[in-house]
Design a protein around this ligand. Structure first.
Ligand SMILES: Nc1ncnc2c1ncn2[C@@H]1O[C@H](COP(=O)(O)OP(=O)(O)O)[C@@H](O)[C@H]1O
Ligand SMILES: [Mg+2]
Length: 306
């Protein structure tokens, strides 16, 4: 039986709702699967035939350490997330690369550590006169941590937020707040081996006048959703653009495309998750088994011949 490690973080294992359904589905698919934390130094990764990132959600403040760890693991086992994909996708600057390829991403201004927060923010606000509210968040972030929504009048508080991120040597992002999320939520489309599997609706996560979440990730309100034709088409385009950017030769084990509609009603890319997406198995019957069957195929085809 092939041996697979699902990678979480010591701080995240109890929060990942996908782990139990995935363990059960892998058992049914004939894969001996164990959950291990990336930051557990006692794990012998070479004892696994393959390693799949699932919920290493605390990498955001330890990115260098995490990427080094990924590099080491890939010399000891088959890391199913390709290293170039991990390096690219753990930093939301990838949105700029996708925008260059014509993907409609949520309008984003990156603020780099050597930039002056307040003038940059003021220039951003002038460029977006229609945005009643905007978002400040880190370029390396997950779980809505360090993300906050501001009104135009809160320019100084927002500039302080940006300054705090820059002082910690993190890049920040400014985006208009897409208000449709308050009514329609965000649509996340899940793809397994390049094929659409299912979609969910995620309720809005940033409340007015509320600071960033103090948890590893903000509590999410999830329901099943049938994506619009335009959303499905955009998600396919996003995956094609990512594959072109990364020069990928084969489809990704999983991918999640998160979209919010802009004020004109057109879907825009908020996030492409290739490293640690929640897959929301509980909201799509049979999805964990479908995913495990694909994993079993991958492990069989990469097993050394005896
Ligand atoms: N520009 C935006 N407009 C509306 N909501 C946003 C915007 N940016 C972030 N959000 C809200 O904050 C949440 C977290 O932001 P996201 O970009 O997905 O980062 P991450 O999930 O990696 O922390 C989103 O799910 C959404 O609810
Ligand atoms: Mg997100």
């Amino acid at each position: 039986m092939p041996r697979l490690a699902l990678v979480t973080a010591i701080a995240a294992a109890a929060l990942d709702d996908d782990l139990v359904p995935l363990l059960d589905a892998c058992a049914r698919a004939g894969i001996a699967t164990q959950v291990r934390a990336w930051d557990d130094p006692s794990v012998a990764w070479s004892r696994f035939d393959a390693v799949l990132l699932r919920s290493p959600w605390d990498y955001t403040e330890r990115l260098r350490e995490f990427l080094d760890w990924c590099g080491r693991v890939s010399t000891r086992s088959q890391l199913l997330n390709p290293l170039p994909v991990i390096a690219w996708n753990t930093d939301k600057h990838y949105l700029a690369a996708l925008a260059e390829r014509g993907v409609p991403v949520v309008a984003t201004r990156f603020v780099e550590p050597d930039m002056d927060p307040l003038p940059t923010l003021q220039a951003f606000l002038s460029a977006h006169p229609d945005a009643a509210e905007f978002v400040v968040k880190p370029a390396v972030g997950a779980g809505s941590r360090d993300a906050q929504r501001y009104s135009r009048e809160q320019e100084f508080a927002a500039a302080n937020h940006v300054a705090r991120l820059l002082e910690a040597d993190r890049s920040a992002m400014l985006q208009p707040y897409l208000a449709s999320v308050d009514r329609d939520g965000e649509t996340a489309l899940l793809f397994f081996e390049g094929r659409f599997s299912h979609a969910i609706r995620k309720g809005p996560l940033l409340q007015r006048d509320e600071g960033p979440t103090e948890h590893l990730f903000a509590a999410e309100e999830i329901t099943a959703r049938i994506p619009g034709k335009d959303e499905l088409a955009l998600a396919e385009n996003v995956l094609a653009a990512a594959a072109a950017s990364l020069q990928l030769q084969s489809p990704l084990t999983y991918a999640r495309v998160d979209l919010i509609r802009d004020d004109d009603g057109s879907p825009r890319l908020l996030e492409l998750e290739l490293c640690e997406p929640s897959l929301f198995f509980a909201h799509a019957a049979g999805s964990a088994d479908r995913f495990a069957a694909l994993l079993a195929d991958t492990l069989r085809s990469s097993a050394p011949a005896i």
